[in-house]
Design a protein around this ligand. Structure first.
Ligand SMILES: [Zn+2]
Length: 85
């Protein structure tokens, strides 16, 4: 567990906290997860889900479901652990 500086208020904030205890800024804002990375991950998730949907429409259900599950897994992982990215 490391202590980092909040971008909003400048106070120390634990990297395992969900928001800054001092000013209440969300961890994304407080630790400054870059917007570019967030957009990249959002695109990756939507791409995987779109590919999955395409496979399902082509009746290749197993591969389609696999793509969607991977997409959702990345989405959940990303929103749960923004500090690792
Ligand atoms: Zn703060």
């Amino acid at each position: 567990m490391a202590l980092l500086l909040c971008r909003e208020c400048g106070k120390e904030i634990s990297d395992s906290a969900k928001k800054c205890e001092n000013c209440g800024a969300h961890i994304y804002i407080a630790l400054g997860t870059s917007t570019k990375i967030r957009i990249k991950y959002n695109l990756l998730v939507w791409l995987l889900i779109a590919l999955g949907a395409t496979f399902i429409f082509s009746r290749v259900y197993i591969i389609g479901i696999l793509f969607i599950v991977i997409g959702l897994y990345i989405a959940i992982w990303f929103y749960k652990f923004p500090k690792r990215i």
